[in-house]
Design a binder for this molecule. Structure first.
Ligand SMILES: NC(=O)c1ccc[n+]([C@@H]2O[C@H](COP(=O)([O-])OP(=O)(O)OC[C@H]3O[C@@H](n4cnc5c(N)ncnc54)[C@H](OP(=O)(O)O)[C@@H]3O)[C@@H](O)[C@H]2O)c1
Length: 148
């Protein structure tokens, strides 16, 4: 209602899996602008990303750095970071950007906030991207939206 009145310019959803999106597309009148889901190299969510791409829904990653856990110390990511003279967090954020995923990293540390913004002066190669893609293990840090 607010959207049709022009009071909101874009509305989105969070933690929607494909069946949830199928239902809102079938029963609702508005295609969500964005779907914010847990997404990082250990949970790459390819099927949801493909579905959203086909329907023009932007994918936004929450916990894009896997809450600072295993993804940032994985040897594949550390090695890529060393080769590009960037940090593992910067490599993970660059991986999101090159997949057209909006990433919203959180930090209370000023130097890390600056670090997380400094990701526009390098490019991961196709081989780098594929190596990170292969880390997917469907590991969640948060709850599964299919379960209560
Ligand atoms: N829609 C949802 O259901 C949902 C669920 C969860 C989270 N979110 C949102 O997603 C956003 C981010 O998620 P998140 O905070 O869970 O995870 P995150 O951004 O993946 O990770 C945050 C953690 O990583 C650390 N960190 C940040 N930058 C770093 C860097 N450059 N190097 C090393 N460690 C770094 C932070 O430490 P310091 O802060 O100590 O620097 C913090 O412990 C938040 O804004 C949150 O509101 C949404």
């Amino acid at each position: 209602h607010l959207y049709s009145e022009g009071k909101t310019r874009a509305i989105g959803v969070s933690n929607f899996h494909i069946p949830h999106l199928e239902r809102i597309l079938a029963e609702g009148s508005i295609v969500p602008a964005v779907n914010q889901i847990e997404l990082h190299p250990f949970l790459s969510q390819e099927a949801i990303r493909d579905f959203c791409r086909k329907h023009g829904i932007v994918v936004e990653a929450w916990s894009p750095l896997m809450k600072g856990r295993d993804a940032l110390t994985h040897p594949v990511i550390v090695d890529i970071a060393d080769r590009h003279q960037k940090t593992p967090a910067q490599v993970v954020l660059r991986w999101h950007l090159q997949h057209d995923i909006v990433a919203i990293p959180k930090s209370v540390t000023p130097s890390r906030i600056r670090e997380n913004l400094d990701v526009f002066d390098f490019t991961l190669s196709d081989a780098d991207m594929q190596a990170i893609d292969q880390l997917n293990a469907n590991v969640r840090t948060g709850s599964n939206p299919d379960h209560k």
